[in-house]
Design a protein around this ligand. Sequence first.
Ligand code: NZQ
Ligand code: ZN
Length: 390
Amino acid sequence: MLGNFIYSNPTKLYFGEDSLNYLNEELPKYGKNVQLVYGGGSIKKNGIYDKVVEILKANNKEIIEDGGIMPNPTVEKLYEGVKLAREGNADLILAVGGGSCCDYAKAVSVSVHCKEDPWEKYYMKFEDVDAGTEIIPVGCVLTMVGTGSEMNGGAVITNHDSKLKIGHIFGDRVFPKFSILNPAFTFSLPKYQMVAGFYDILNHITEQYFSGEDDSTSDYIMEGLMRSLIHSSRIAVKDPENYEARSNIMWTATWALNTLVAMGKSTDWMVHMLGQAVGAYTDATHGMTLAAVSLPYYRHIMPYGLAKFRRFAENVWDISTQGKTEEEIAGEGLDAMEAWMKELGLIMNLKKLGVTEDMMDGLVKATLIMEGGYKVLSQEDVLKILKKSM
Ligand code: NZQ
Ligand code: ZN
């Protein structure tokens, strides 16, 4: 039975090849000073930076340059961004990039008028933004597909000193006010990043699918999303500029983590907790950290949620059931997922991401245990899964 919930999603999306033009409609709603957030330079190479700056200038905006956001943005970078926003009196934070830029923009937006250290308040104590605290509005121009950050309130920040990578789910007030999604802007992504994003999408869905035993509309929606992703990813990996495939994937990514499919059901999120611990130690690409731990994790918990794993095999991977036990069907589903992951060229091994044996104890401690999935893991379980992922 669906649990009770309240659903709203305040982000306005502009989707398609001409979507950047709609920045002209959004900008007049905000004040003069725009903090332009971007990464390590991809948008300067592919021309998106010039296009955005031209629109900002045409709308008489003052630009506060805030480039160099690294993948897996750090707490030090967050402090720098807050300083820039305060000095420049930012009225809008415009993130042009992937999940790292969108997350960073949201983290800055809630920290500018925060009187405490934002890392302590939001990431160590998991406190909400105080009701009276002003939040600088955020807009996104998405160039990398995967995280869903363009339409949710999440912001993940990494603290290398304390070896912690933590996500805070902020409320409605922190969702981007608008997001611009042009699938063609993702064509310049290197294959490594592209497929890491594809896996991130699938894993966002499985994190929400592998939980609960009741009949939930959300599970049917997720099966459709997964089928679409698998189909389009097979096309995109061979033909990255296939607009139809890339646009379907972009839209799937948004729905995978814009909060809709989680409504009324429990969710798991343990693969992300394992992946975030790995990210804190290695700074590896987010989607690859998930790919490396997923199969050992799912094979470990399969006996505790067998019926759902069987359903996954049948409804997502079209595994035939005749003459097979439930375990065999469920296992073949995960085998099919493994074959697809190899087809994409994902890194499915922690050693290749820089994990060494001496990190194991630290990784176990850095892995936050979630309780919504089929099995609440013990520290021994976590260690076993990490070792199997090496
Ligand atoms: O920095 P630049 O030069 O722009 O290069 C980026 C970066 O190196 C590059 N890139 C992006 N768009 C490109 C491009 N290169 C060429 N052409 C383009 N069009 O791709 C690299 C990765 O970008 P990044 O933004 O780091 O990737 P992603 O979107 O996967 O974001 C990862 C971050 O999001 C967090 C992750 O933990 C990680 O910190 N997540 C956020 C979530 C959320 N807000 O809900 C949920 C996710 O599970 C995830 O945890
Ligand atoms: Zn993710």
